[in-house]
Write a protein that binds this ligand. Structure first.
Ligand code: ZN
Ligand code: ZN
Length: 151
């Protein structure tokens, strides 16, 4: 089976150059877990643009993988690191109205250090109209599940 282009190779941590582990993260509204690359050494993660909402992914990574095996990672200076896929330097950018993250201008992936993961995990999207274009109906679908409409 051919993997999609964006999942073709293992990635190295942009900060410590360790080979990252691919971990599964359960995602609301999806039967398929998201697959996130995680550095076991510094606790930073590569959040692929197609994997899901970064806040939810960060909560999943922290709760399902990191808290168990790594509670305090070394401080990582991600300044000047580049995307393992595109070799472009990550740029510091504000995610929605939330925390700043390192983002690749090529593939739009987020490189989140452990500190970034914690900030992202604490951040909740203000309301559904801010949900990314790829998943416009996710919250609407969830709401419909919980508040049954009359028809
Ligand atoms: Zn690392
Ligand atoms: Zn990239």
């Amino acid at each position: 089976m051919l993997l999609p282009m964006y999942r073709q190779r293992l990635r190295h941590c942009p900060s410590c150059d360790e080979l990252m582990d691919e971990v599964s993260v359960a995602v609301t509204g999806s039967d398929e877990p998201a697959r996130v690359d995680l550095c076991a050494r510094c606790g930073s993660a590569f959040l692929d643009y197609f994997d899901g909402e970064p806040g939810e992914l960060s909560r999943g990574v922290l709760e399902q993988h990191l808290e168990a095996r790594l509670t305090k990672g070394p401080a990582v200076d991600a300044e000047g690191t580049s995307c393992p896929d595109c070799a472009l330097h990550f740029q510091r950018q504000t995610y929605m109205e939330g925390p700043s993250v390192w983002r690749c201008g090529g593939c739009q992936a987020i490189y989140a250090t452990l500190a970034d993961l914690r900030a992202l995990a604490a951040y909740r999207l203000p309301d559904e109209e801010h949900v990314r274009d790829e998943r416009p109906s996710l919250l609407a679908r969830l709401k419909r599940l919980f508040y049954k409409e009359p028809w």
